[in-house]
Design a protein around this ligand. Structure first.
Ligand code: NCD
Length: 359
């Protein structure tokens, strides 16, 4: 069975299939209406969301399917202390596919270990957000006509921004990508993405501290919100919250053909004066999210019983009773998930569920 927990769960050809199905849905919406009638999607949202949850709901409704679930875990049995694994076992009796968002990192991966239906990770803490990534890829493809060969600048909160982590992982499947990281010291991209993704797959990246010095090089500018809810120290948040702001003056430095993406919600990082610029693609990006989620639901249900489309099996977890994941927000420090690890090519041990460095 195929789940989507991390962007690398999809092969390049599976990503291509989803993107081209989404484009076909856009071109021939009537052909797909009703194709999921009698199918049910459960949306289990343990963390606030507007866009992602409504996008899944709207996608399933467009396909003629039904949606059930919760948007506030306090209204579910979770408030009685039910584990994530028990919840998905139960929900798998009612729904054909589950989309889950959780503040605990690795929760969805842990849930797949017992699930009888495909699980889609709709965001786990600051770790991963693969359906936003599919949205971003479809948007880049539609805005620029290609993904290979782009220079993309990620700007803002690269430390906690899970959409950034996931998109860089997915871009490692494409050719000739160049990454420019625009962030203050406090919000730099985690080492595991730099080392295990960029360096291992040969994506050149460079770190800069101002937007002005790179605007003219970019094909895509990926803006992000500073993730207030993930800071443990409020003063630190106050220091960095308005680090980078995109305005018309900065847009004037950019190429004529360029796309500004933002997963939204925005706070102060893009002034509304930019919205009228034809390069501002972030509201079109929202709509692409619905089409790509339609395509994903169709494909996961099509692939469910197809042995050709399983989960990647090239890694076996390392178990060592002496070692613990250091991340307090990881599933293995919050539920009875085992402390398991994977050894990367450079010999570092990382948590199986959240990628934190263990040794
Ligand atoms: C993002 C998220 O939830 O990670 N939003 C989204 O899914 N569209 C980005 C954010 O919250 O800043």
């Amino acid at each position: 069975m195929k789940h989507l927990i991390d962007p690398t769960d999809l092969t390049k050809s599976e990503i291509d299939e989803i993107i081209s199905l989404a484009q076909d849905i856009i071109a021939h919406r009537e052909r797909y209406q009703g194709s999921m009638s009698h199918k049910k999607l459960a949306t289990l949202f343990y963390e606030p969301s507007t866009r992602t949850r409504l996008s899944f709901t709207s996608a399933m409704m467009e396909l003629g399917g039904n949606v059930l679930g919760f948007s506030d875990a306090r209204s579910s049995s979770v408030s009685k202390g039910e584990s994530v694994q028990d919840t998905v076992r139960v929900v798998g009796c009612f729904a054909d596919v589950i989309a889950m968002r959780h503040h605990i990192e690795g929760a969805q991966l842990y849930a797949t270990e017992v699930s009888t239906v495909p699980i889609i990770n709709a965001g786990d803490g600051s770790h991963s957000h693969p359906t936003q990534t599919l949205t971003d890829l479809l948007t880049i493809q539609r805005e620029l006509g290609h993904i290979d060969g782009i220079t993309i600048g990620f700007c803002g909160d690269l430390r906690f921004g899970r959409t950034v982590h996931s998109l860089i992982k997915a871009l490692s499947r494409y050719k000739d990508i160049k990454v420019i990281l625009i962030a203050p010291d406090e919000l730099k991209l985690p080492d595991y993405i730099k080392q295990d993704v960029c360096e291992r797959t040969g994506i050149p990246y460079r770190e800069v501290t101002t937007m002005e010095e790179v605007m003219g090089e970019l094909d895509v500018l990926y803006m992000t919100r500073v993730q207030k809810e993930r800071f443990l120290d409020e003063d630190e948040f106050d220091r960095v919250k308005d680090s980078f702001v995109l305005d018309d003056a900065r847009m004037a430095l950019a190429k004529e053909k360029m796309a500004v993406l933002h997963p939204l919600p925005r706070v102060n990082e893009i002034l509304t004066e930019v919205d009228a610029d034809p390069r501002a693609a972030y509201f079109r990006q929202v709509e692409n999210g619905k089409f790509v989620r339609e395509a994903l639901i169709v494909k996961l249900l099509e692939w469910k019983d197809d042995p050709e489309h399983g989960m990647p099996t090239d890694e076996t977890p390392v178990e060592d009773p002496e070692l613990r994941c250091p991340n307090k927000k990881c599933i293995c420090n919050n539920e009875h998930a085992p402390h398991r690890f994977r050894r990367t090519e450079n010999g570092v041990l990382r948590c199986w569920y959240c990628d934190s460095k263990v040794r």
